[in-house]
Design a protein around this ligand. Sequence first.
Ligand SMILES: [Mn+2]
Length: 308
Amino acid sequence: MKHIIGHRNPDTDTICSAMGYQNFLQNKNIESKAFALGDLNNETKFILDYFDMELPDQISEFPQGTEIILMDHNEEGQSIENINDLDIVEIIDHHKIKLQTDKPIRIHIEPLGSSCSIVAKKFFAKGFEMSQGIAGILLAGIISDTLYFRSPTTTEKDKELVEKLNEIVGIEDLEEFSMKMFDAKSDVSEISTEDLVRLDYKVFDFGGENYGIGVMETTNKDFGLERKDEILENLKKVKKMDNLKGAFLSVIDILKKESYTICSGDEEVELFKKMFDNVEDRDGVLFVDNIVSRKKEIIPVFERFLNK
Ligand SMILES: [Mn+2]
């Protein structure tokens, strides 16, 4: 049995693509099961509820030698705790490649807007039938990761797939549906600041040192910025706990396409100002216009600057 896992601090794309792929493999008579590495965010809960899908089981470790499929990630620091004891048999992803394997495995990496796009593409290529629920969560995953086509990671293929999936799902007003998703994601009133900084948080290795980079995608930036001081305190804790060179949280206004970054210390503030053009220091919060994608607009800047 193959165990499909998305990344830690799971988002909608990672959960829905894993669930979708489980269904795809069922069609091929391959036994598999999708798992979540942690609590689901409010957007994902809204979507699974909307399409009446069961929540995936949560795990943090598997027994040694378990066969796993990595979905929507390929970096050790973003994966299951004991990844080095496990048998990675396949990777499906749309991020930059980092992972090394000790044997040849099946890999499908494609620069599409979401991992759900890759899974949906596989369904259509094989001509497998999709239930409304499966089509619905794949559609939602594409909308989530591309911020309903606002992100520069969006491709024509993603738009095409959403249209095709919606022939099965039948949502009348996709714009309105996407706003419901984003409002669910933006509601962090019940989430402690400690959890908030790790809600959509990933660790990256740049030049042999680890950096924690979180984003908070929201329709109302004040939900994050009004907790600025608390966020700073928690970033400092995260930096220590995860043994990082620096920790960052970017509050992203997905409708206005603006970013507001809080850094774990003065050195990190200086680093950030050096790396990005047109940074405006607004009382310790670093404003950069026109940035929404960590994958395409934040990570590559760190990568270029720190890996030389
Ligand atoms: Mn993704």
